[in-house]
Design a protein around this ligand. Structure first.
Ligand code: SF4
Length: 401
């Protein structure tokens, strides 16, 4: 029987780099795709070669979800995503009901691209809005405004997308509770099927982290907490079910791809820096664009056999040697408890061959006493109070080295 597998495809290009972004993406400019002989073609070629290098193992798997993320996949030209999807379909067998997501950013999506995505069987689109306020967007270095977001949303609906996610952000510089509530209100008016609501994190090494003025303009802790609480109250009142600490969906629209990550399911990542958890190994592709392009493209010229190309790729992959059962148990609990459905003792046993209470009995019982966790018939999950202080609870699930 074929095993379930998910695929991630990384497109590491954006029109402009946002000041808070520590994702692996390069500023490519508005005309990136129109330049002849640019890196786009080489990158697509390498990506497809990498996907094809799995031809010899792909018949063991059935693809449950595909996620084309970035970066900004919608920066690519019509035809590019067709090439990626055709390559995937030529190598892997996709379930008829596979969830296939593409990430897009306002200002880079048009009707031609959206219709192409639909024709390719892409059935979920994720739009990075972050805020409806021009000043907040400008401070973050985003290229779009609210009208462009609305145009993208409309374009996606008209093309035939019935499963749309909108990303919003709280705790932005100069953001007030009032301005954040306006963002939520306007997003709810669009009625997307899914909303991801994250707080801005100031990551070391980003331009934001060095901008003292903007750092000083970040909301106070109290305001940030109120934004966080308002998110839960307003989205749930509007019919969205919180299924993970930062993710809300209408019934039946939880993101299956993310649930694979959060349940420690297997996935393969293709493209620059893409991470995989495959056949018990964790590894990531190099983050060096030239090294990636040369290794894959030169390798593909010299080596026609998929296994030989895979071996070449392995030479430039960073292998996580630290994967052991204890590490996986910790991750299983961190990620599992962030989901509202919690962790099933039975699933834990199936995954690890150890009883959940044998490994974590002491900490679970302690937090049941503090009212932060509950166990309902073998399903351990955070209480409402536990969700609010989840970091405190989750850190207790670290196992001694
Ligand atoms: S659009 Fe997204 S990936 Fe691109 S720079 Fe901005 S935050 Fe980073």
């Amino acid at each position: 029987m074929r095993k379930n597998l998910s695929l991630y495809v990384h497109i590491p290009f954006c029109v402009k780099k946002c000041i808070y972004c520590d994702f692996l993406s390069f500023e490519a400019g508005q005309d990136f795709c129109r330049l002849p002989g640019n890196e786009r073609k080489q990158y697509l070629h390498a990506l497809c070669m990498e996907i094809m290098s799995y031809r010899s193992v792909s018949d063991r798997y059935m693809i449950n979800t595909v996620f084309i993320g970035g970066g900004t996949p919608s920066i690519l030209m019509p035809g590019d995503i067709s090439l990626i999807m055709a390559t995937i379909r030529s190598v892997f067998k996709l379930r008829p009901d596979a969830e296939i997501t593409i990430e897009v950013n306002p200002g880079t999506l048009d009707a031609e691209k959206a219709e192409e995505y639909i024709r390719l069987g892409i059935n979920r689109i994720s739009i990075g809005l972050q805020s409806v306020h021009e000043e907040e967007l400008r401070m973050l270095g985003r290229i779009h405004n609210y009208d462009q977001f609305m145009a993208s949303f409309q374009t996606a609906r008209e093309a035939g997308f019935h499963n749309i996610n909108v990303d919003i952000m709280s705790a932005l510089p100069k953001q007030t509770i009032h301005s954040y509530l306006e963002t939520i209100e306007k997003v709810l008016k669009c009625s997307p099927e899914h909303i991801s609501a994250y707080s801005l994190m100031v990551e070391a090494g980003t331009p934001l982290s060095e901008d003292e003025e903007l750092i000083a303009a970040l909301p106070e802790e109290d305001a940030e907490r109120k934004m966080y609480e308002a998110t839960g109250i307003l989205l749930q009142a509007a019919g969205y079910r919180r299924y993970e600490i930062s993710n809300y969906a209408k019934e039946g629209y939880a993101c299956r791809h993310n649930i694979v990550y959060w349940s420690l399911g297997e996935y393969l990542g293709f493209g620059l820096g893409a991470a995989s958890f495959f056949e018990g190994r964790r590894f990531s592709n190099t983050r060096d664009l030239l090294l990636y392009l040369h290794t894959v493209c030169d390798g593909a010229v010299k080596e026609q056999r998929p296994e030989a190309l895979r071996r070449l790729l392995q030479k430039i992959q960073i292998r996580d040697e630290d994967v052991n059962t204890e590490r996986l148990m910790e991750e299983y609990m961190f990620l599992g408890l962030r989901m509202m459905k919690g962790v099933s003792a039975e699933d834990f046993y199936t995954y690890f061959g150890h009883s959940l209470y044998e490994v974590y009995g002491e900490v679970i019982k302690r937090h049941i006493r503090t009212g932060l966790l509950l166990d309902e018939g073998g399903i351990v999950r955070l209480t409402d109070r536990g969700i609010d202080v989840s970091n405190v609870v989750l850190s207790d699930f670290l196992l001694d080295p």
